[in-house]
Every structure is written in structure tokens, then in C-alpha cells.
Design a protein around this ligand. Sequence first.
Ligand code: NAD
Ligand code: MG
Length: 428
Amino acid sequence: STNRPVSRVAVLGATGSIGVAALDVIENLNRCDPDFAWEVSSMSGHSQIDPLIELAGGCHTPPKCVVVSDAEMEAQAAKALKTASTQTNSRLTERCRLDVGPDALVRAATEKDVDVVVAAIVGRAGLESTLAAVHAGKRVALANKETLVVAGPVVTRAAADNGAELLPVDSEHSAIFQCLAESRARQSQFATAKQPNTAADPSAKTHWPGVRRLILTASGGPFRDWTTAQMREATIEQALAHPTWKMGAKITIDSASMMNKALEVIEAKWLFDVPADKIEVVVHPQSLIHSLVEFEDGSLIAQVSPPDMRMPIQYALTFPRRLPCPAPELDRTQGWDMSLCPADPDRFPALALGFEVARVGGTAGAVVNAANETAVDLFLNGQIRFTDIPEICRRTLLDHDHESSPTLERLLKLDVWARGRARELAQI
Ligand code: NAD
Ligand code: MG
């Protein structure tokens, strides 16, 4: 298998929960993919230098470039890279370049010989590099859902215009993508099937033949059965204790407030080009059914696998091929439960907000995302209550002048404005 063509991957956000899982998938694929060799061509971390250098040194073929997006870390990063390249337990050599600052992410995402970009940076910080990868016509394995929430129309339009493939890593969206296979078989290709954009016309029927509804599952998070009064008193530790998934801090808090599901409703709208009223959320505590598609004849197709992000990450890399994956199998030697129940928007007001934002589109996504990122930071710093998070988001949304077809520039300005407004509201 020495002559296998090489598939080169840029892993942006490599030090995070998704990034580390992606590196594991890539190493495993390189061992077991009969058709391609897999290499990490570049990887990024923000300010955690030592884990980044260690991850880079652990790759079978070390990356050509290590990106440190926090410009203030340049000196420390250069020193760590130099040290590692002289150590015998690291495969890094002097040939591994260091590139620093936010623009370095864009350079890594658009590098000519990169085939796939894993967009695993958290939050709006991932927008420029994800969009750059789309403009460069890459396959994008998209974990960074915030980019679609902020600028869904801009990103999906750019993907269609540049022949980029936007493949979901988010487990729910990967599930829907997999469940849509039957419908997709009647389409020429996923990327081109995204035309025409029905989002502008909410009454338009989805272009997915025979599809009635997309049903996203939600674990319900650690507060699934809590009352609003209990959630008012929730501590940071309680909110960070997710029952089924081990993830970065921001998305873990989003899961507890169900803002994560709200962001996913918006993500689904843009990714699959369906109006908000064709999307539904149900609670499924075991996180085995990752989502379902309901067809016109009442048939439901679900995607089931153990809660391990390596499965959807790998599928985004190898689609449409399926290969062995390092994620564990579902244990069928014991009984297992798969229960479903309706979501409760009264206790989780973020959910209703998500549907509202998906319905109105335009500037609403950028505003709610910025308010939420700010509120989550404030909560994690002990400055606001857990239940203040959705309330700050709601009020920031109310305070902005909605526009239905904003430019990217306008969205980025609003992002800054909404962060300031959310901070002001947190003071009151
Ligand atoms: P994480 O906090 O574990 O990792 C975040 C990564 O982003 C790190 O590599 C960090 O260095 C980098 N980063 C942070 N701030 C940055 C900045 N300002 N500029 C550049 N890079 C920066 O997060 P995660 O859980 O891996 O989530 C990453 C993304 O994937 C999020 O958008 C999240 O919603 C999405 N996602 C995660 C999971 C999961 O299971 N963890 C599941 C679905 C979707
Ligand atoms: Mg998800």
C-alpha cells in the first residue's frame, strides 16, 4: 500500500475535544484505509502550546506546519517547537514550520495541497478559516457550528459557488446526512443539491424528495429533569457534568441550557436548506439515536451508534466510503434502552429562541451566537446565574435592528455589538 494517494488534512482546533478525536481517526485511517494514505498537513492550537507540540510530535508523519492562533504565544511556541525537534521521543524535525496569529489559520485552511479541513475551533473564532476553506473549494469537515449560525447564507452560498463540500461533524447533522441517503440517492450530489436556496421562501417545500421533517435528538443535558428554580441555583460544576458526552467547556454549557440544540436547529436549516418548521427536537437521554428523518409516508429512519464523535468525524473525512473506526461498538451483550420524549421549551427557553432565530434568519443568528458566547463566558467566570444565559440572549436579540439580507461585514460588526450589549445586560 505504499502507492496509495495521500489525503492531506488541516486540523484547525487540534488541541480541543474534536481535534484530538480527529487526529486519532486520521492515524487509524492511515493504517486501515486500503485506498488512501492519510496525513495531517497542519494543525492549530490557540494558547495551549505544550499539548499542541506533543500532538504534532505524535503523528506518524509530523505536520509540515504547526499553527498557533494566539499571536502573543509566538516566542513560547517557537521555543517549544525547537526543543521538541531535538528530542528523540518526538517525530518533529526542524522542517516543521511555525505559523502564528489568526491569519495563519486562513493560510493553513487554504494551502494548495490540503484536501480536507477539519473545522474544530470553538465559536465565532472559527469563522474566517472555515469560510476561507469553503472559498478554496475544500472538503470541510464542519464541527464549528457557530460559523453557520453566524453566517449561514454566506457560507452555504460560497460552498455552492466554489464547489466546496460542507460535511457535518456534529453528530445530529451527520445522522441526518446519513438518514437522507435514500433521498439523496435521487439527487446527483449533495453539494449541488443545495440549490435552489429555499430559505428565502419559507413556504417552499424542501427539495429533499419525500422528506417531511428532520428530527434532532437532544440528550437533555445534566438538567434534563430539573425545574427552572433548581436551574437558577445551578453551579458551574453541575452545568459542566454532562451525562453522555465529554466535550469542550463552551458546548457543554450550551448542552445544559439546550442552547446547543438551538444552535443545531439553525445549523440544520442552513446545512440541509430546510425551513425551521420542518425541524423538530426530541429528548433522547441515552445519546444512541443521533437524529431521525421522517418521510412523507410516515416512515422514520434513525442513525444509531455509541456516543463517540470519532464516528461522525470519520464519516465526514471518508464520505461516501465506510471504513473501520476506532470508536467502540454498541454493546449488545446487555439490554439497552432507547427512550424518546418531547422537549420542554418552557424550562429550556433557549430552544424556543433557536427556532425563532431559524425562522427569521438574517442578522438574528450572529446576534444570538455572540450573546450566547458572552453569557457562557460570564457564567463560567461566576458572574451570572445559569438561567441568565438564555435571558441575556433573548434580550440582546430584542435590542437589535433585524436585517434580512446582511453582508458578512455587517454580521461581523453586529457580532461585536452583541457582545457589548450582552455584557451591559449582564450588569443590570
Ligand atoms: P474545545 O474547547 O475542546 O476545543 C476548542 C479548540 O479551539 C481548541 O483547539 C482551542 O485551542 C481552539 N480555540 C479556542 N479559542 C480559539 C481562538 N480564539 N482562535 C483560534 N482557536 C481557538 O471545543 P470542542 O468541544 O472540541 O468543540 C469544537 C467545536 O466543535 C465547537 O464549535 C463545538 O460546538 C463543536 N462540536 C463539538 C462536539 C464535541 O463532542 N466536543 C460535538 C459537536 C460539535
Ligand atoms: Mg451535536
